[in-house]
Design a protein around this ligand. Sequence first.
Ligand code: NAP
Ligand code: GLV
Length: 306
Amino acid sequence: MRISFCCTDTKAQPWLEGLRAAFPGADVAVWSAGAAPADYAVVWAPPQQFIDEQLQLKGIFNIGAGVDALLKLRLPPGVPVVRLDDAGMSVQMAEYVCHAVIRHFREFDGYEADARQGKWSYRKPRLRTDFPVGVMGLGVLGERVGRALAQFDFPVIGWSRSAKAIEGVQCFSGQAGFNDFLAASRILVCLLPLTPDTDNIMCQGTLARLKPGGYVINVARGSHLVDEDLIALIDSGHLAGATLDVFRTEPLPAAHPFWTHPNITVTPHTSARTLREESIAQIAGKIAALQRGEAVAGVVDPARGY
Ligand code: NAP
Ligand code: GLV
């Protein structure tokens, strides 16, 4: 069996070692142009040439949850594209989003600024009923985030394509449920995949529907958000601010206004990292299952885009 590794911005050696340990007899190598075609590909944002050279693939394993970069390519028909199925990501995402929500709700930025000036000053406690959190996307990550927020007694509202029932989460679905979902939300968390339907979904028209004093947390993809619309709505006072982990261009360019906006917190696409050991174990288990002719979880539907 041959496994080819083709992952942009990823240190290859530990992945190769992990995959070789899982399949001692296999030929596991970093792809180079013209190399022999592989049976399985382990990829992150590979070039089209890599895909074009693979003539006998039995499976493509994406080392992240989001497959938007991969689905932009011409992929061989019938070959399963498999995303990472949690592999330690959902707990990180729950931590990140709960932190951002609580930091905003409890005004910790304000307390930190006061403390820097040696100022001992109380703020009036706020009611969590005034801070309903809307989670767009109730998949592997969004469901875990919704459940985690509900544990802190925030009112949690969720939105997905198909109807769902999640304890502690008031669920809306489809286009028909979108405006009611937005109107019920004050803090908006984006955990949608990037598809033609969700591109630019956080724009003036949708963000203006959030409750006054709304707050945006984008942990999905930068292209879900229209940057200028967010800034205009914060500057107009309709939105209180945002925590952003993902951007249209990454790294975020030095001159981008998000860096310096006083109400925007920026982190470098780090809310849920790929954890190498868990991911190798998951991918190796699925390669073994495919070799046995068994079905695996986490197979992407290219028509749906996630
Ligand atoms: P997932 O399991 O595929 O879940 C996607 C959710 O979005 C599902 O609930 C789906 O609805 C919903 N959805 C898709 N299209 C929709 C539409 N047009 N309208 C309404 N709902 C729609 O994805 P995931 O694993 O939770 O990950 C979500 C995204 O997070 C990834 O695609 C990736 O871009 C991003 N991500 C970011 C980081 C980071 O570090 N910042 C890390 C990992 C992932 P159904 O349930 O009805 O299908
Ligand atoms: C990270 O952004 C991922 O999609 O896993």
